[in-house]
Design a protein around this ligand. Structure first.
Ligand SMILES: Cc1cc2nc3c(=O)[nH]c(=O)nc-3n(C[C@H](O)[C@H](O)[C@H](O)COP(=O)(O)OP(=O)(O)OC[C@H]3O[C@@H](n4cnc5c(N)ncnc54)[C@H](O)[C@@H]3O)c2cc1C
Length: 425
């Protein structure tokens, strides 16, 4: 009997690959007609140990409360989503206290650095083509106040082992010459030179090809409706039309994981946070940046991906709604025009491709990776805003856990039962 992995996004494909590599028979089940068409399709493309901080940081509640009255703020809570967020939301706020935040930062940093190493290893091994860049990421700050907000975090991360350089405006311009037009508005930058970037969708397709070549199976157009158990042991999954038997099952279905787990009375504290991107073809455009640049106060990032630039910003708690708010897309393009006026003048805004995806956000800012209370049922979900960064590390952990092998880093902080937080799945 095979191992089933539900969901062919970043987390499912990498998990399936790692299980197969450990000698297991594996079948991926995906409801869509192709790989990585959910949150993994058009994200910001950054692999960033430098962003290991959970979004529920101290003070987040003030920010979210204000966002109710300012729909253009980066992280925005929609009034009509509040009822669906109740239990999760209370935990999200509770775990934003300084001690929880610091503990989660440390746990996430261990996993992001491990995961980046695993991504690099596999990319090198197969020479995977996904517009990979190893030049780091750059955060820019317009004022001393903006920089001060990040200074505390960067010091904490540096203590944990993150390497970065603080840049003055001249150094910023020598790293990214096309920022020269806003030189007078630059205060400082932080170059996280160990970060990487690349197109997550292309990575998924390239790794999936290796998985299939090695004998892995995938079925598209298969939507899992419920999990089947007997005597507290997984027996398989039910789709609309059939029962598929399984030895073990991994739920790696992104923001949809809780609805699948509900069928066996497991309450997974994961909710969707919508984000937007705008992808622009920049064939023939001059002065392109060579690494992702994040305007920290504006929360907008511009990432080069081969002959495309991807602009990303915003997080909305608005349930599973995937509609695209034109005002938000226009605001995204305006920020791009502000950062790179000369590049923006060479591209046609109307040719940009808008996209929205749902980040699977856990209540405490850390993913859920491990065994559930049902024998043979495993969960790998809730990677939130860091799923591209965390995918390979999470996949290695889940595969080792499933096969009873020692994990390379401590997996306990991501287990279903978080001893320090009173979370139990
Ligand atoms: C705007 C935006 C920018 C981002 N930028 C970054 C970034 O720069 N760096 C970073 O590290 N992360 C980033 N992320 C986060 C990252 O993209 C996500 O964490 C990651 O894609 C989640 O992967 P996943 O495999 O868990 O979910 P998904 O990619 O959503 O995959 C889940 C899959 O499960 C399938 N599925 C669901 N239900 C079922 C079912 N019942 N039966 C069968 N199949 C099912 C879905 O169709 C889907 O294909 C960003 C996200 C967004 C939205």
């Amino acid at each position: 009997m095979t191992n089933l992995v539900i969901g062919a996004g970043l987390v499912g494909i990498t998990s399936a690959y790692e299980l197969l590599k450990r000698g297991q028979s594996v079948t991926l089940l995906e409801q869509q007609e192709g790989p990585a068409l959910g949150a993994s399709f058009a994200n910001a493309g950054m692999l960033t140990p430098s962003m290991s901080d959970p979004w529920n940081s101290p003070g987040v509640y003030k920010y979210l409360a204000k966002s109710l009255f300012n729909p253009s703020s980066f992280m925005c809570l929609r009034l009509n989503a509040i009822p669906s967020l109740m239990g999760w939301g209370v935990k999200f706020l509770r775990y934003s206290s300084e001690p929880y935040f610091n503990a989660a930062l440390k746990d996430n940093f261990n996993l992001t650095t491990y995961s980046l190493r695993k991504t690099q290893e596999i990319a090198d091994k197969y020479d995977l083509q996904y517009c990979r860049k190893s030049k780091g990421t750059l955060s820019i700050f317009n004022t001393p106040e903006d920089f001060a907000v990040k200074e505390d975090l960067y010091k904490k991360l540096s203590k944990l082992g993150l390497k970065c350089s603080i840049l003055n405006p001249d150094e910023i311009i020598s790293l990214v010459p096309s920022l020269a037009s806003i030189r007078s508005q630059l205060h400082k930058g932080i170059h996280y030179y160990q970060d990487e970037s690349g197109d997550a969708h292309l990575f998924c397709k390239a790794l999936l090809a290796k998985y299939l070549e090695a004998g892995g199976q995938i079925q598209y157009g298969v939507s899992v409706k419920s999990l089947a158990i007997s005597n507290n042991k997984i027996t398989g999954v039910n789709t609309e039309s059939e029962f598929i038997p399984a030895k073990r099952v991994v739920v790696a279905s992104g923001a949809n994981s809780p609805s699948i787990l509900k069928s066996v009375n497991i309450n997974l504290d994961v909710k969707p946070a919508k984000g937007y991107s705008l992808t622009i073809n920049v064939d023939g455009v001059s002065g392109l940046p060579s690494l992702p640049v994040l305007n920290d106060a504006m929360n907008v990032v511009v990432t080069p991906l081969g002959n495309r630039l991807r602009l990303v910003g915003t997080a909305e708690f608005s349930g599973f709604d995937l509609s695209i708010d034109k005002k938000r897309m226009a605001a995204l393009f305006e920020m791009f025009e502000y950062m790179y006026p000369e590049i923006a003048s060479q591209v046609d805004q109307n040719s940009a491709t808008p996209w929205a995806g749902l980040r699977p956000m856990s209540c405490d800012g850390k993913p859920f990776i491990g065994a559930s209370k049902i024998k043979g049922l495993y969960i790998n979900s809730g990677q939130g805003p860091l799923g591209w960064t965390l995918a390979m590390g999470s996949a290695n952990l889940i595969a080792d856990i499933m096969l009873g092998a020692p994990t390379e880093i401590d997996a306990k902080p991501f287990s279903m039962i978080r001893a320090d937080r009173n979370i139990s799945v």
